[in-house]
Design a binder for this molecule. Structure first.
Ligand code: HEM
Length: 383
């Protein structure tokens, strides 16, 4: 690398490093020798070559190393009874919702839970991405929307919860992720969690140019109300089984284009307040969309490139109705804390695809186990 490029990158690092601290989450200092191994012996996902999945070098080992690293970070950062999620620890609230599948759906989309005209109960957890649960909501950050659909019969993929009656859809208010390759994710969190400032400044090198740009864009948003943002799955999922199966991405967007103003002097938790203020008086509505892949050039293993809507349109398959309600109670907030979302709480018809999702099978399960064990909290999928 030329001297010029190197100097440019170094100057970028100084500008960018606070943002990485925000998107990664936990920024505690780890001792490399203290890695704890949690019993996570779930089978690693099989590869669907026909849909374009490709196992990456040492992927399963890297998944466990990432899981161990995050597990260790949690054990270092939190004391028993007070453990929060490693990522997205700050919830704006968990709200009750009804997920109504559209009455008429084309045959190729009417798969799995998408049974025309069927209504499911659901929980939705809205969150900030930052690992700092005390971060004020007016700071730039990525925002999460995790939907847990209830009453879904059929065996689920995640072996520990295969009898669960739930299907999760996990989304962020940005269309693409910032890493594709497991080794980069490991390097990223090792840099982020290191005591050494120099290592922290190395983060953009760990992510590479495109990853750095994606990370900056994803964490660059301010929203006025979690019900008024658009969310994307970022990574692909299977839809259907057998010869009919295809790759799709998901998205959710508000039914109306109304946008609240961010208050002049926002309180640190103004997104929770905005959510409660809306639902005190009114119902809310969001559309749930599916984006079928339209070309094999939209690579399953590439979670960093958007499937352009002009080439691969989204189709509305369901309406999410969020009734007027009071959600901000100690009991409901506690219930919300104890929920576990993972893309692998899923029917085989909605199987997660690609390396990032495969890593998440190991990582989310491990982190949820540690969180619940340290909090002595019940770990059970809701009925
Ligand atoms: C290798 C990549 C990823 C890693 C290591 C990772 C890690 C995590 C972890 C550890 C949690 C907390 C889990 C728990 O304590 O139960 C979490 C939650 C979450 N992640 Fe990821 N994640 C990754 C990719 C993604 C992607 C691609 C999305 C895109 C939608 C995403 C969205 C979320 C959201 C919205 C939550 C909060 C779920 C909730 O409300 O409980 N993550 N992630």
């Amino acid at each position: 690398m030329s001297y010029l490029t190197q100097s440019l990158r170094y100057s970028l690092l100084f500008v960018l490093s606070p943002i990485f601290i925000s998107i990664n989450g936990c920024s505690n200092n780890l001792q490399p020798t203290q890695i704890v191994t949690q019993a996570h012996q779930l089978p690693y996902p099989q590869i669907d070559h026909e849909l374009g999945e490709k196992l990456q070098p040492n992927e399963e080992i890297l998944a466990k190393q990432i899981a161990d690293h995050i597990g260790q970070a949690i054990r270092t950062q939190y004391t028993s009874g007070n453990v929060l999620r490693d990522a997205h620890p700050k919830a704006h609230g968990c709200v009750r919702a009804e997920f109504h599948v559209s009455k008429s759906l084309p045959k190729n989309l009417a798969k799995g839970i998408f049974v025309p005209d069927k209504t499911y109960s659901a929980w939705i957890r809205f969150s900030n991405a930052s690992g700092d649960a005390t971060q004020a909501d007016d700071k730039k950050d990525a925002r999460g929307m995790a939907i847990k659909i209830l009453g879904v019969s059929g065996k689920k993929i995640l072996e520990n919860d295969d009898q669960a009656m739930t299907q999760d859809f996990i989304m962020i208010n940005h269309p693409v992720f910032f890493v594709d390759e497991p080794h980069r994710y490991l390097a990223f969190i090792e840099d982020m969690n290191s005591k050494s400032t120099l290592k922290k400044l190395h983060v953009p090198f760990a992510l590479g140019f495109q990853g750095t740009i994606n990370a900056l864009r994803a964490s660059n948003s301010k929203i006025s109300n979690p019900l008024q943002a658009r969310y994307w799955s970022m990574v692909p999922y299977q839809l259907g089984l057998g010869a009919d199966r295809q790759a799709v991405k998901y998205s959710a967007r508000p039914c109306s284009s109304h946008l609240d103003q961010i208050p002049n002097k926002p309180s640190p938790n103004f997104l929770r307040e905005a959510l409660q203020n809306t639902l005190n008086k009114n119902d809310a509505c969001m559309e749930f969309l599916i984006q079928p892949r339209t070309s094999n050039k939209m690579l399953i293993e590439d979670s960093m490139t958007e499937w352009q809507e002009t080439q691969a349109p989204f189709y509305q398959v369901a309406t999410i109705h969020i009734p007027q309600q009071i959600f901000d109670t100690p009991e409901q907030n506690q219930f919300c804390e104890n929920l576990s979302f993972t893309p692998w709480h899923s029917l085989p018809e909605h199987r997660p695809l690609g390396a990032i999702n495969r890593l998440r099978k190991v990582i989310y399960e491990n982190i949820s186990l540690i969180r619940h064990e340290m909090n002595s909290a019940p770990r059970k999928e809701p009925q």
